[in-house]
Design a protein around this ligand. Structure first.
Ligand code: MG
Length: 294
């Protein structure tokens, strides 16, 4: 039977919609309605309200491994590499006190109390975050780090720091060598948002590398995000974030919730977290990247 004009138009319309959707995807636009993020407020043990956030049905900081499986362990290759900066990189820290003084401050713009030890930049408890004087947007960032060789604490309390792009979006630094914690908070996680694909952590005290390719989020005039940030991250040469679209902010909002996107300038400092553990960093360099147009 010949389809009625109405019936024949509906499939045609759907096909056209699918074509438009795929064309938009090809242009780099994305479906901002996904993943599905829901929140609910529950009463904590102390009777206070606690915000819970779920990303595609999985609770932020889910500790039940049947609901959020931990990434498989991969042993990175030996020996660990030292990736000298390419000719067009901006060197942010080369192991010298001079690059610490020239390129970094505390969050108030004063000289940081972080110290240089054996050519490494070491986090000092209660000194606060350290940040670059210069601001950056989209970039390729290389950074090497080592968890304290003297292991102390466990879970999030062991070798915790973080690399913050635009002072805002955290790639977690944590001693995840035989140190279980929630998957979206272990080394290489986009904190609370995206667990790493693998656990490629080296032992405490050993140098490890992150190579981060970051594209900043874009906002409209009303402050709404129109293109979300993306992260590709290699940990010790192992791909652990594969062009991951960051579904929102990574700021800690409670035991099971992360912050949302909030409009910010196009360029902001890179910062490193003081989480109370003497994590060390070295060989930090950056290459600025252009953003694709919307
Ligand atoms: Mg951290």
């Amino acid at each position: 039977m010949k389809p009625s004009p109405t019936n024949s138009r509906i499939p045609g319309f759907l096909t056209l919609a699918a074509l438009i959707a795929s064309s938009l995807a090809a242009l780099g636009n994305e479906d901002l309605s996904k993943p599905i993020i829901t929140t609910e407020t529950r009463k904590g043990e102390d009777g206070k309200d606690v915000l819970y956030m779920f990303i595609d049905g999985v609770k932020v900081h889910e500790t039940d491994v049947t609901k959020q499986a931990p990434p498989a362990v991969v042993t990175p290759g030996e020996p660990a590499g030292f990736f000298a900066p390419p000719s067009d990189a901006i060197v942010l820290f080369d192991g010298s006190g001079e690059t610490l003084k020239t390129n970094w401050t505390d969050t108030q713009g004063k000289a940081s109390e972080w110290k240089v030890v054996d050519g490494a930049l070491e986090s000092v408890k209660k000194a606060g975050y350290i940040q670059t004087k210069e601001s950056f947007g989209s970039c390729q960032l290389h950074i090497e780090w080592a968890a304290p060789v003297n292991v102390s604490g466990d879970g999030q309390g062991r070798g915790n720091s973080g690399v913050f792009l635009m002072n805002t979006y955290e790639v977690q630094v944590l001693d995840s060598y035989e140190n279980p914690t929630y998957a979206d908070g272990q080394a290489g996680a986009l904190y609370g948002r995206s667990k790493p694909l693998k656990n490629a952590c080296r032992k405490p005290g050993e140098w490890q590398s992150y190579d981060i390719i970051f594209h900043r989020p874009l906002f409209d005039d009303q402050g709404k995000v129109v293109r979300r940030a993306t992260f590709t991250v290699l940990h010790n040469g192992v791909l652990i974030q594969d062009h991951a679209i960051l579904s929102g902010g990574t700021g800690w909002m409670g035991p099971h919730a992360a912050s949302e996107y909030k409009k910010h300038p196009d360029a902001m400092p890179i910062s490193l977290q003081d989480h109370g553990n003497p994590v060390r960093f070295r060989n930090i360099w950056i290459r600025e990247l252009q953003d694709k147009p919307l």
